[in-house]
Design a protein around this ligand. Sequence first.
Ligand code: PEP
Ligand code: MG
Length: 573
Amino acid sequence: MTQEILGIAASSGIAIAKAFRLENPELKVEKKTVTDIDSEIARLEKALATSTSELEKIKEHALKELGQDKAEIFSAHLLVLSDPELINPIKEKIQTENVNAEVALDEVASMFISMFESMDNEYMKERAADIRDVTKRVLAHLLGVNISNPSMISEEVVIIAEDLTPSDTAQLNRQYVKGFTTDIGGRTSHSAIMARSMEIPAVVGTKTVMHDIENGALVIIDGLDGKVLVNPSEEVVKQYEDKAAAYEAQKAEWAKLVNEKTVSADNHHVELAANIGTPEDVKGVLENGGEAVGLYRTEFLYMGREDLPTEEEQFTSYKTVLERMEGKPVVVRTLDIGGDKELPYLNLPKEMNPFLGFRAIRLCLEMQDMFRTQLRALLRASVYGNLKVMFPMIATLDEFRQAKAILLEEKEKLQAEGVSVSDNIEVGMMVEIPSSAVMADLFAKEVDFFSIGTNDLIQYTLAADRMNERVSYLYQPYNPAILRLIHMVILAAHKEGKWVGMCGEMAGDEIAIPILLALGLDEFSMSATSILKARSQIRQLSKAEIEPHIETILSMSSTEEVIEFVKSTFNLA
Ligand code: PEP
Ligand code: MG
């Protein structure tokens, strides 16, 4: 019988394929005394040989499917496997201490890992990570436990996982990975955001898929309604094939609007922009009729690598985006690391509350070399298009002033060196911390624009972690508290003649759009794949007709009331 599991719809579309479980098994090592030393060493050698041939295959596959960069990781792992400095002490331990291969491997590897980790040297720290990865594979073979190799997938599957990190997501091969579903995570966790930009249907925060779904089971991921169906009957499969076809037809309808302006039925123009993570994403922005880039999350440039990107590398990426956008606005956000976006090579201590911790602008104002390098790259790129710079996670006026002063200092330095820099760079900030929304009237005098980051603004206002599915019921975009804050920000900005965008996921949400339009939001920035649907919706709405309802909506007492009202008043299903 078809089993239905509910979750959070994280990326639209329907996927029907076999389940591929991403396992992260616990490897329990028990100490045993061995008498037959030779056969214990033979057992170790067999596990090493199996791991080697497995890694060779993975490397070859990665080279073909994911490119040289990703394949290098596996070359490093192969080197570890053949390193006598690691392997010989393991054999010696078996011979001299009569312990089983698992214990010898575990103890020797742990010794090297802690030695390398304690060194103040990036390269050695990376080697520690390689040894940890490789040991896990060999240990799994010794224990007869399966570990999964997602980069080896070569047939159509849907991924079932407890969680996916942004770098796991980046390594998924779109040709074979048709969808994914996870136990944890929310709609605005970064793997969900990446799934949308990669157009992979996804349902997250199900709590139980790892428990309920076996490898190879037929699974339907319904990223439109947030459902996962396991072992569906033929009838259910047919029903979902029809739903997928209807969705494709709907997309074809929306596609007709690709070259149209975004104007409401009463002729009010707003700008529909896209959120991107890499220069490659610009293609999707233009294909989906994006009028601007409203948020370039530059942190992805810093992720999935072993050290900081150089000024030159960054300059090339920023220049590419600006050129590809051909003079359309590009809002680049400076480094927003922290929260669920980690940079292991910065070696920052673990924090109790990473979303409230040392992140984004806080980190940049302290690690100024890194910040200044990024600003220089941006300033140099500014002459290739229409650049706007914004700072993330601004909580106080002082932070904005400091960040802007550093930007101006770097601009002057570059000009003194004879480097040309555009004179029309707007400098703005994200409004994603309640303090900055409340103080928007003062900020508005100093910024050129605001971009409201509802993904964080919601989690901070309702104190509900955006990654935690247990409190996802409190993660309420339409809560009147959020709507009032947005209203305050727009009023304050317009009073000073400044424009306001929104780059949180709420900007592309069909229930939020009528309200945001009537509140006077100037720019809506969303996943590129949401743009045409939003354009189609806005063209049917009249701003003037919604405006008289705003007071009623802002004085409602709950999120449910808002949803109910919007659905019934503005004809939403
Ligand atoms: C936000 O917080 O709304 C935002 C756009 O930034 P991010 O999702 O990268 O935190
Ligand atoms: Mg944010």
